[in-house]
Design a protein around this ligand. Structure first.
Ligand code: FAD
Length: 281
């Protein structure tokens, strides 16, 4: 097998390297190469520079504002960004909730959320794990109850990376208790500024390193809040293929059925309370 890069790939590599060398802000590069702490604004700035170039979403199809690159191009892009000292692109919007919205979201949801992932106007975090539900998501207990046109969510999430920087969270909550525990789990999009959402830090050994300006933080996420619903178990859509990019979709799909695009929830704010109250859009 000839593992040498084709002239096209070499040209693409040179194009990426040249762009990153020219456009990566020196202060961000210095932090990355110096193993210093990278701030929220650093990630956002770099993402917007890439997005202006049309490279904001290397894994997305063009129809949604992505590059449409193949696996080789994405690998070359990541290699050159890494070698040049660029921060990694945050995966929560680009690799997790974004592909889910593309596969299952309504056109309205796609229009509302996808562009804001590209520009990082929204910072997403992932709310799956709970104090009693880690590898076994079927044991999750955070509940979302529908009352007329709102959902009331109560419970607790934990290990929610970057929750302190996020303004949106995608999470799994229980919307039905009957049947198998693997059923009745819904994927919800939640505005973190909704009254009732509280974020508290977890003290980890890494905090020692935080004080020396060196790493990322993990915070727990305390509920309540949410919207959207889904019940029962159905077949996986064909878009849930076994690629790494689709893992997030698969986990969402595997946890229950998707009754069309309505099941990826939109969110609006509502009144405060012990549990958060979310209006169904
Ligand atoms: C730095 C960090 C960041 C994180 N960020 C996020 C985040 O952003 N969002 C989020 O939702 N979660 C996050 N997590 C949580 C992480 O995904 C969980 O730690 C994970 O789901 C495992 O859950 P657990 O720690 O409760 O371990 P457990 O599920 O209790 O597992 C403990 C051990 O038992 C093993 N085990 C479990 N079940 C079985 C089984 N059936 N058979 C054999 N072995 C088994 C596991 O492999 C593991 O070794 C983060 C965790 C860390 C450490």
């Amino acid at each position: 097998m000839d593992l040498r890069e084709s002239p096209e790939t070499q040209a693409f590599r040179a194009e990426v390297a040249e762009f990153v060398a020219a456009r990566l802000p020196p202060d961000i590069r210095a932090k990355v190469l110096g193993f210093l702490r990278i701030e929220r604004d650093d990630y956002v700035r770099w993402q917007r520079i890439l997005n202006e170039r049309g490279w904001g979403a290397p894994g997305w199809p063009r129809e949604h504002g992505g590059t449409g690159w193949d696996a080789r191009q994405r690998t070359v892009f990541e290699e050159e960004c890494f070698l040049a000292g660029a921060p990694r692109q945050m995966p929560f919007g680009l690799s997790m909730v974004g592909p889910v919205l593309q596969a299952f979201g309504s056109p309205q949801q796609q229009k509302r959320f996808l562009p804001r992932i590209l520009t990082m106007e929204d910072w997403w975090c992932q709310g799956y794990s709970e104090p009693g539900a880690g590898s076994d998501l079927a044991s999750l207990t955070t509940r979302a109850e529908r009352r007329d046109d709102i959902y009331i969510v109560s419970g607790q999430k934990t290990w929610t990376s970057f929750a302190h920087w996020a303004n949106w969270i995608f999470c799994l909550v229980r919307t039905r208790t009957a049947g198998k525990p693997q059923e009745g789990i819904s994927f919800l999009l939640i505005d973190m500024t909704t009254p009732g959402v509280r974020v508290k830090p977890i003290r980890t050994l890494d905090e020692v390193r935080t004080s020396t300006r060196c790493f990322w933080m993990t915070w727990p996420f305390r509920w309540p809040i949410s919207s959207g619903k889904r019940t029962g178990v159905g077949p996986l859509p064909s878009s849930c293929s076994a690629t790494s990019e689709r893992r997030s979709q698969e986990s969402a799909c595997a946890s229950g059925s998707w009754h069309g695009s309505k099941d990826v929830a939109g969110v609006s704010r509502s009144a405060a309370g012990r549990s958060s109250r979310i209006q169904v859009p």
